[in-house]
Design a protein around this ligand. Structure first.
Ligand code: SF4
Ligand code: SF4
Length: 247
């Protein structure tokens, strides 16, 4: 039995994603211009036969009320209201597997277009983006502040509430086990591996220059502030370290 994408997303966030306030035409055009102006757009949308091959091969379409064909048609016909509606909910059902891109006779990449739409949703601070990404804030904090996505100490009931009772089966002397790994950079449980100070500071510059931090500020200002504090602290540590090397 298939479930609607609404049900799926509500399992994460609890409330409906739909923004009730009517959206100005100007705003719809601005969002579409951002999508259309993306460098990837012309590579990933070359026309659409409305043949439905992408939907027939899409794993997400088998389980949710979601169709890559429909998304591509909205973009191809420049249906601005429909695009905005899809950004409220349906684009978050895609698993980004790109099976669709391998099958489309036009060489379209519906999955790639959905990624462009997701980035536009984040850029415009859409409520759907905030709600869908909220459960990942702890992972984002780890990734941006330490350069690691997942750390061994996150394998606990708080970090993986969705594992239910199975998480209690993960009961190991982590500190001891990590120390048994031959590589010293893995002798930690707070990060997946040690990222040295210089690499961390370089990563911060990349997050800033590529606009990742701006996007984060748009969708989660509190998390952004916490990460900025961590970055400032590590940059100070790095400057101190450089001064020590000069002495
Ligand atoms: S995107 Fe490609 S596969 Fe999907 S409906 Fe359009 S032409 Fe067919
Ligand atoms: S990338 Fe998304 S739209 Fe394309 S087949 Fe995978 S889940 Fe479906």
């Amino acid at each position: 039995m298939s479930h609607s994408s609404t049900t799926r997303v509500q399992q994460y966030i609890g409330d409906p994603l739909t923004e009730s306030t009517p959206v100005e035409r100007e705003k719809l055009e601005e969002i579409f211009q951002d999508i259309q102006g993306d460098l990837r757009f012309d590579h990933e949308l070359n026309g659409c036969l409305n043949c439905g091959i992408c939907t027939a091969t899409c794993p997400a379409a088998h389980y949710y009320d979601f169709s890559p064909r429909e998304i591509v048609q909205l973009l191809w016909t420049e249906n601005l209201e429909g695009i905005y509606d899809a950004m409220q909910e349906k684009i978050w059902s895609c698993a980004q597997c790109y099976t669709c891109a391998a099958r489309c006779p036009f060489g379209n990449s519906p999955g790639g277009l959905i990624m462009v739409m997701r980035e536009a949703a984040i850029k415009h601070g859409m409520e759907s983006a905030k709600q869908v990404l909220r459960p990942f804030s702890r992972v984002m904090l780890k990734l941006i502040s330490t350069g690691n996505q997942l750390s061994p100490d996150m394998i606990n009931p708080e970090g993986f509430a969705d594992w239910g009772p199975n998480i209690s089966k993960v009961d190991a002397p982590l500190e001891l086990l990590r120390k048994a790994i031959p590589m010293p950079t893995l002798h930690t449980t707070k990060t997946a591996w040690e990222v040295n100070l210089k690499t961390s500071v370089e990563l911060y510059t990349i997050w800033e220059e590529t606009g990742v931090l701006n996007s984060l500020e748009t969708i989660d200002e509190n998390l952004f502030d916490v990460i900025c504090d961590i970055m400032d602290e590590k940059r100070d540590d790095y400057d101190d370290w450089l001064e020590e090397q000069d002495d």
